[in-house]
Write a protein that binds this ligand. Structure first.
Ligand code: FAD
Ligand code: DHB
Length: 398
């Protein structure tokens, strides 16, 4: 390894400017703790990357308390319920009535924009296009991150490193030999589109249909976000817009009169794999993993971004305790606290996924069982309350 040309120091070195890394950096800043965020991509790239859209009420409250809630409050769409559609009929789950809580639709890239703006406005350091990051001496008191910026070898000496570099990052793989990995892939994927079309409903619609799952979501009063279940090996080239719309129409069709799916020009299209993944523990020495770097959930429960936010919140608390008292009690419990929540969210996401998708090879019995489960969940106040509690977000506990 060549000698670094530029050596810098910070209290917490954060790898990855996704929701986990940026929320952590902002929370630390509010407590007077210095951090540097290293991001492999450009600012434009991370501010335009289309991903999640559903924020739990607790995530909205956290962002608001952190001082990045103004635009979210103005532009976010507050939803008090969700619809499940099966056997051609819609069934409304009223979050407000059941648990007195709500969710907000606000695109992940908008959350990222707001956080980047807040960090830079208070002279926060974010190094974009930081190449080939690697972590060193993580069991010592002075772990280091090596990376390259504009062709220069750089080193960041830290007290702690936060691995917030997503599922394909370097942090987890650097310590994988000391982790237990729980992994499950699903035999289907989601084909997602963004369309210049006003949403067809005021609420999200999750549809179980014999042709496969469909989800009708939105980003704004003008933009719809729509998904259909497809084969994981599917080539997007086999899905011209007309075929996608046809499937969306068929899978969301309802016997209730007066409802119609709105169409419009497709402005973005992608296929996302479905996976459940947990790395245990989420810490090794002074390297702490947060968000997708440590765990992945299938998107059906809309939980990934929210789980990343709670990890950042727990880690920030642990670091604040350390810098104010020199105690490591919370940091020592970081993994246990996060994994306890993570496994409940894993279960919810797996359950929603299993209830709503056509599973290749499933029998007619399995399909009837799925429909009975949907019938029960939407018909029983006890069952809908459990769903509403999970969907709007479990309480934050330490
Ligand atoms: P990321 O957002 O992945 O951020 C990691 C960052 O690290 C990235 O900016 C990356 O460029 C950077 N990075 C990676 N490697 C390196 C490196 N070596 N050096 C420096 N930087 C690096 N979740 C929900 O809650 N609700 C939803 O509705 C939802 N829908 C989704 C739809 C899709 C299509 C996808 C793909 C995901 C969805 N998710 C959803 C999941 C959600 O987007 C993720 O869980 C969330 O992005 C996790 O945040 P993170 O900060 O942990 O990781
Ligand atoms: C969206 C994504 C999800 O995974 C989900 O469950 C609900 C909505 C969305 O992108 O809007």
């Amino acid at each position: 390894m060549p000698d670094p040309i530029k050596v810098d120091r910070t209290q917490v070195g954060i790898i990855g400017a996704g929701p986990a890394g940026l929320i952590l950096s902002q929370l630390l800043h509010l407590e007077g703790i210095d951090s540097v965020v290293l991001e492999v991509h450009t600012r434009k790239y991370i501010e335009e990357r289309v991903r999640a859209g559903v924020l739990e009420q607790g995530t909205v409250e956290l962002l608001t308390e952190m001082g990045v809630g103004d635009r979210l409050k103005r532009e976010g769409l507050v939803h008090h319920g969700v619809e499940f559609r099966f056997r051609g009929r819609g069934h409304h789950i009223d979050f407000q009535d059941l648990v007195g809580r709500s969710i907000t639709i606000y695109a992940q890239q908008e959350v990222v924009k707001d956080l980047v703006a807040a960090r830079l406005a208070s002279d926060g350091r974010i190094v974009f296009e930081a190449q080939d990051a690697s972590v060193h001496d993580i069991t010592s008191g002075a772990p280091r991150i090596r990376y390259r910026k504009d062709g220069e070898e750089c080193e960041l000496v830290c007290d702690f490193i936060a691995g917030c570099d997503g599922f394909h990052g370097v942090c987890r793989t650097s310590i994988e030999s000391s982790l237990t990995i729980y992994d499950r892939t699903y035999p289907f994927a989601w084909l997602g589109i963004l369309a210049q079309a006003p949403p067809s409903s005021n609420e999200l619609i999750y549809a179980n249909h014999e042709l496969g799952f469909a989800l009708l979501s939105m980003r704004s009063p003008e933009i719809s976000r729509l998904y259909i279940q497809c084969d994981p090996n599917e080539d997007i080239a086999n899905w011209p817009d007309a075929r996608i719309w046809e499937q969306l129409h068929l899978r969301s069709a309802t016997l209730d009169s007066g409802w119609k799916l709105t169409e419009g020009p497709v402005i973005q299209k992608n296929i996302a794999e479905m996976r459940s993944f947990v790395a245990d523990p989420m810490q090794y020495g002074r390297l702490f993993l947060a968000g997708d770097a440590a765990h992945i959930v299938p998107p059906t429960g809309a939980k990934g971004l929210n789980l990343a936010a709670t990890d950042a919140r727990v880690l920030a608390r642990g670091l604040v305790e350390y810098y104010s008292t020199q105690k490591t009690e919370l940091l020592d419990r970081y993994s246990e606290i996060c994994l306890r929540r993570c496994w409940k969210v894993q279960h919810f996401s797996w359950w929603m996924t299993s209830m709503l998708h056509r599973i290749p090879g499933e029998s007619a019995f399995d399909q009837q069982r799925q429909l009975a489960e949907l019938d029960y969940v939407t018909g029983s106040r006890a069952a809908s309350t459990a769903l509403a509690e999970h969907y709007t977000g479990l309480p934050f506990t330490m």
